[in-house]
Design a protein. Structure first.
Length: 155
């Protein structure tokens, strides 16, 4: 009988996955349908995630109230996160306070994604800018080469 041993101290190169660069929920969280329903779904997800992390809706409401300087009740939060409560929409300042209170940075990606944009952490901004500059340099070099080729034929 042959016994194979697994080396637990060596990293498995095939198991590595790159870190998530963009901030946001997967498409399936918001789902399909009306915008107000999508908003309610992403809010509900953020609140569920916060609950899993040990933060109750009452605590979130209290935190939001402190941030905004007005009372935000648990009932209002429940209505914002309910698809059935069509008359209640979360104001933008409350949306920002909810992100802070729940630490649900995934919510930051919801609105830009609607317009075809992505939210990336600031630490990646210079890497993206460098890539764009390198791409621009390649375009300029290709344009110069094309012009040099045409000019070379005229000399």
């Amino acid at each position: 009988m042959t016994v194979t041993r697994r080396d637990n101290r060596t990293m498995d190169l095939l198991s590595w996955e790159p870190p998530q660069v963009t901030v946001g929920y997967n498409q399936d969280v918001a789902g399909r349908g009306a915008l107000d329903s999508k908003i309610a779904r992403v809010l509900a997800r953020a609140l569920r995630d916060a609950k899993d992390d040990g933060k109750s809706r009452a605590e979130i409401a209290a935190d939001m109230s402190r941030q905004l300087g007005r009372t935000i009740s648990e009932d209002v939060i429940n209505k914002w996160a309910s698809e059935a409560s069509g008359a209640h929409r979360i104001p933008l300042d409350a949306f920002i306070a909810l992100i802070r209170a729940t630490a649900a940075e995934e919510l930051l990606g919801f609105i830009p994604e609607i317009f075809g944009f992505a939210v990336v952490p600031e630490k990646y901004a210079e890497i993206i800018e460098m890539h764009l500059l390198e791409e621009h340099e390649k375009d300029i070099a290709a344009r110069k080469a094309a012009l040099a080729s045409r000019l070379g034929g005229r000399r």
